[in-house]
Design a protein around this ligand. Structure first.
Ligand code: ZN
Length: 437
């Protein structure tokens, strides 16, 4: 069972070099499960008992199972993100170097570990806007061959390379495209050829570098998976899987995957946007709910924000709080932070913890060392636009934001079980601070 899940996860991640592709894959999974597409630009008639999904920018997606129970209803929501740190191609990216090479001009997207992008085969993927008669349409593109590489500077030219060398993204991180001088427009031609189009058919491009390396299972018992973009496609996959496979209690169940978490979530389709509140309000309007009823429903609701979590690093255990040794294959991580960068409180963590205990699901707790600020995620940003009780959870991993991250194989199944239990539960805040689980 577990092996099947891991190979499904690997296929999903390999088909998802960018957030656009991730959402296309999620759409496909949902369609196969009988979900109908709702369009933001059209009127909705959401029917109790039916299943839907809606996308924004083709890079965020919200799937809905509309419950039948309309009295005292509430929302069971999970959230994760579709994007990962990468390098985005600039317009007119081709740059000539030493009259011999063509390199591509890029800028960083999110906080990647730059060193891990050197000396590995890379290629281009993303979306392009294409002219089709009187319309401009979105097309996905993935150049499926080893096209680019960012070669390291030899140690002989940089003797201090192993003593902590700074990496300048404008200088060090430009990938080499060719051993000859190519004119501007070469990338556009290459993409057009890939799509069977003319160069002049392409009007806009959002292209990213992606790591060509596939996933590997490793460890003496093959207990680990090493793979690009585990943060946060591993959660997006597990949450969607649990969502489609759960038999929901009579609530409105939502599975949301947002773009742009790695750059602060502040876009039209990010967790800070009105995407989720809009979707929920429109469902309520379809149900004929008043504004007051909607606010009541929100107060009863519960949201799990899932993003990967740091396991104790074997060579640097001192970077973690000794009292909270998060380990790979140790189960779902519940994250706490006094400054509320994670939304979990004693109350919401207790509610979720008791649900996991009831269903025999392994959990572990994460907190940052008090002398380290740590990372942040989409949960607390989501609460700006959709304020409901929340818990920040995640799957333990090593090497977060490396071009190849490592996670535990067993944890994927554990996360799916936890989320399935959540969707099938009757978790509900009966009154402020009092919960049914
Ligand atoms: Zn993340």
């Amino acid at each position: 069972m577990e092996t099947n899940i891991i190979s499904e996860l690997i296929t999903f991640i390999e088909h998802a070099p960018t957030a656009f592709h991730a959402v296309a894959e999620l759409k496909e999974i949902l369609k196969q499960e009988g979900f109908e597409e709702l369009k933001e630009s059209e009127k909705w008639k959401v029917k109790p008992g039916k299943r839907y999904y809606v996308t924004r920018n083709n890079s965020s997606i919200i799937a809905v199972k509309a419950g039948k129970e309309l009295d005292n209803y509430s929302f069971h929501v999970t959230a994760s993100h579709s994007d990962s740190p990468a390098f985005k191609l600039k317009e007119n990216a081709e740059i000539e170097v030493a009259k011999k090479y063509t390199v591509l001009n890029t800028e960083g997207y999110g906080g990647m570990i730059c060193q891990t992008w050197f000396d590995r085969p890379l290629s281009l993927a993303g979306r392009v806007m294409v002219k089709n008669g009187e319309r401009i349409e979105t097309r996905l593109v993935k150049v499926d061959r080893d096209l680019l590489m960012i070669p390291s500077l030899a140690i002989h030219m940089d003797r201090k390379v192993n003593e902590g060398r700074a990496v300048n993204k404008q200088i060090d991180m430009l990938p080499v495209l060719s051993g000859s001088v190519k004119e501007q427009g070469e990338v556009r031609s290459l993409v057009a050829e890939e799509l069977g189009l003319k160069d002049t058919d392409i009007y806009g491009m959002d292209l990213f570098l992606y790591n060509r390396m596939g996933a590997v299972r490793w460890g003496s018992n093959r207990e680990f998976i090493g793979c690009p973009r585990l943060d946060d496609l591993q959660s997006a996959f597990a949450l969607t899987k649990a969502f489609t496979e759960s038999t929901p209690a009579e609530y409105i169940n939502i599975c949301a995957v947002f773009d742009n978490e790695e750059v602060g979530s502040g876009s039209r389709q990010g967790a800070l946007s009105n995407f989720l509140p809009d979707v929920l309000e429109r469902i309520c309007l379809s149900y004929g709910m008043t504004k007051e009823e909607q606010i009541c429903a929100r107060s009863r609701s519960f949201l799990l924000s899932a993003d990967n979590a740091h396991a104790v690093h074997p060579n640097h255990p001192e970077k973690s709080d000794d009292e909270f040794p998060v380990v790979l294959n140790g189960g779902v991580v519940i994250k706490y932070n006094a400054s509320q960068r994670y939304t979990t409180t004693g109350m919401t963590g207790g509610v979720f913890g008791s649900l996991c205990e009831k269903n025999d699901i392994k959990t572990q707790l994460f907190v940052n060392r008090a002398d380290m600020p740590g990372g942040s995620t989409l949960g607390n940003l989501l609460s700006h636009s959709f304020s409901v009780p929340m818990v920040d959870i995640g799957l333990p991993q090593l090497a977060m934001h490396s071009a190849v991250e490592t996670a535990g194989c067993e944890d994927v199944e554990t996360m799916i079980e936890a989320i399935q239990a959540f969707y099938e539960s009757e978790i509900c805040q009966i009154k402020d601070g009092m919960w049914r689980i």
